[in-house]
Design a protein around this ligand. Structure first.
Ligand code: SF4
Ligand code: MG
Length: 315
């Protein structure tokens, strides 16, 4: 059986002004060691919030974060800090997250130096080695971020995350800002690093094509809830949840088998006031009376394939 690297259970809540936004509502997400989990949904569905919760950048109003069987809240400060380094986040816009006044050597070498993983005299060589690992010329350690292209900056962002020797990388739309050809190169780098460094990934994207390319398992979110989780190959052949069907139908380039795709009606509702029962009911072509009153829970409908839809009880 797989050892579970990270698990965040029954999370919810994010306070925004006076209103409580259930950005993530009772989502239970587990990621196994060495696994690549793709997290997909429309913007505003809570996938970034869930990713930030996973790495501890977003406080939980309730719920538990687990790392290798340990409840993070129970760890000592020193243990928590060490565990925290094992989870790193890679953001969409590498340029915005790279200090323009710092040299690459300092940007990438800052955290390992601060955490006592390297000595100041080792920083230059350490960073040069990381640049090589991400496919950049190690001779460029003294340059500034503006001297690199978008794809190169993405690689610098990856080198910075790798600098503290993480085990889990949470990539939030990590290739979304790049040209398609560069996207493919960076995705390939992620997969090479996965094999070389035995990394685990949570790959957050609105792009089903990207997620299909890299993930072992895909998790679909809608308005703060996980509605389906499936091995990747199966999801694209036998999606179960009507929302997943709608997402696949709206991505014609994926060349998925067209089953009974029905275009979804209406706009995504505000997460401030999510619909009752199944959040998807106002837009669902299969909605039944119970859908507006009763929240469907995730059920295993095939091995390792979970879906939250009342249609699965109909038989
Ligand atoms: Fe549609 Fe009902 Fe299933 Fe929700 S529970 S996806 S409304 S059929
Ligand atoms: Mg986002």
């Amino acid at each position: 059986p797989l050892d579970t690297a990270a698990r965040i259970a029954n999370l919810f809540g994010a306070q925004r002004s006076e209103e409580v936004v259930h950005a993530v509502d009772h989502a239970n997400l587990s990621i196994h060691s060495g696994e690549v989990v793709g997290l997909v949904g429309e913007s505003g569905c809570g996938k970034s919030t869930l990713g930030r919760m996973a790495v501890g950048l977003h406080t939980l109003s309730a719920g538990t974060r687990w790392w290798k069987g340990a409840d993070m809240a129970q760890l000592s400060t020193a243990e928590r800090r060490r565990t925290q380094l094992a989870m790193q986040m890679i953001f969409q816009d590498p340029y915005a997250s790279l200090n323009p006044r710092m040299r690459i050597q300092d940007i990438v070498g800052e955290a390992p130096l601060a955490h006592g993983m390297i000595a100041a005299t080792e920083q230059k060589d350490y960073v040069a080695g990381l640049l090589q690992k991400v496919g950049l010329d190690p001779a460029l350690v003294r340059r500034f971020p503006h001297q690199f292209s978008g794809g190169q900056r993405a690689r610098i962002g990856i080198a910075r995350a790798l600098a503290v020797k993480p085990e889990l990388l949470v990539c939030d739309e990590a290739v979304a800002a790049l040209d398609v050809s560069i996207q493919a190169q960076v995705l390939n780098l992620f997969m090479e690093l996965r094999n070389e460094l035995k990394l685990t990934y949570l790959f957050i994207s609105h792009d089903l094509g990207v997620v299909r390319h890299v993930s072992d398992r895909v998790v679909i979110m809608y308005l703060g809830r996980i509605v389906e989780s499936s091995p990747t190959a199966e999801l694209f052949v036998q999606p179960n949840h009507p929302y997943t069907n709608a997402l696949l139908a709206s991505a014609p380039k994926l060349e998925v088998k067209k089953i009974d795709f029905v275009a979804v009606k209406g706009e995504i509702p505000s997460p401030l006031h999510p619909p009752s029962g199944c959040h998807f009911h106002p837009r669902c072509p299969h909605a039944m009376p119970r859908c507006s009153v009763e929240q469907p829970l995730l059920k295993e409908i095939a091995p390792q394939h979970f879906s939250a839809c009342h249609l699965n009880d109909a038989t």
